[in-house]
Design a protein around this ligand. Structure first.
Ligand code: ADP
Ligand code: MG
Length: 234
């Protein structure tokens, strides 16, 4: 699915620079559910943004589904993002003046899908996250957990090969977090490949593999026995 080797990334800071990723090697195969763990500032989001083709890197190699991702034009990057990747964010990033259904349908519009097909597909995915009854509600009428479900439906609508989430439970209480994790586990059970950035141990333990970053270096990368969110009492 994806292969990264000896990846380096620095941010310019005035006359000098901040070396954030210092030689990352990472391979993720289809069907995996991987947590990227690390304390704040360890480089998790930087790595996820590079994998998500939202940012470029300085040195090393990155291949996504057989495509070399390096120095792409913004147009090419957008094409590959649409084709391969789905994103879920801590702050949901829904459009406030569009209802749940419209939010889910929006990426399909950018894919050039016809209106009727967009509506059908968006409905299907809203139903999948259990929110069909909420289709015509605006984001501010939804709870945090419901907003994140809409965001997941939106990410799934374009049928991405890889679903990427940056602190998807960071703005949710524990019960709702586990509820979202249970849903992500079910998606993985169905074969979806997931990459989840988190700084919380309990969330990482709900994945199947934990990659630990510290100061831009992978300290540990191991398969874990997956804790099923549904079995955890909060
Ligand atoms: P994490 O997600 O693990 O908290 P980040 O990848 O966001 O870490 O950040 C890693 C380091 O890079 C931090 O020191 C952060 O301040 C710095 N950083 C992140 N983005 C930028 C940027 N656009 N410009 C300069 N420094 C940045
Ligand atoms: Mg971050």
């Amino acid at each position: 699915m994806l292969k990264i080797s000896q990846l380096h990334k620095s941010y310019p800071i005035g006359d000098s620079s901040l070396h954030v990723l210092k030689g990352i090697d990472l391979e993720v195969n289809e069907g995996e559910m991987v947590a990227i763990m690390g304390s704040s500032g360890s480089g998790k989001s930087t790595l996820l943004n590079i994998i998500g083709i939202l940012d470029d890197y300085d040195e090393g190699d990155y291949t996504l589904d057989g495509v070399v991702i390096k120095d792409l034009t913004e147009k090419k990057a957008a094409i590959y993002r649409n084709k391969f990747l789905g994103f879920i964010f801590q702050s949901f990033n829904l459009i406030n003046y569009k209802n749940a259904l419209e939010n889910v349908a929006l990426p399909l519009y950018y894919q050039g899908m016809k209106r009727k097909e967009r509506q059908e597909k968006a409905k299907y995915h809203l139903e999948k996250v259990g929110l069909l009854d909420w289709a015509h509600h605006l984001p501010n009428e939804l709870s945090g957990g419901q907003k994140q479900r809409v965001a997941i439906a939106r990410a799934l609508a374009a049928d991405p090969k890889l679903l990427m989430a940056d602190e998807p439970t960071g703005a949710l209480d524990t019960t709702t977090s586990y509820d979202i994790m249970e849903f992500l586990q079910q998606l993985n059970d169905e074969g979806k490949t997931l990459l989840i950035v988190t700084h919380e141990e309990d969330i990482a333990a709900m994945c199947k593999r934990v990659v630990r970053l510290r100061d831009g270096v992978i300290m540990e990368d191991k398969i874990v026995e997956q804790v099923r969110a549904a079995t955890v009492n909060v």
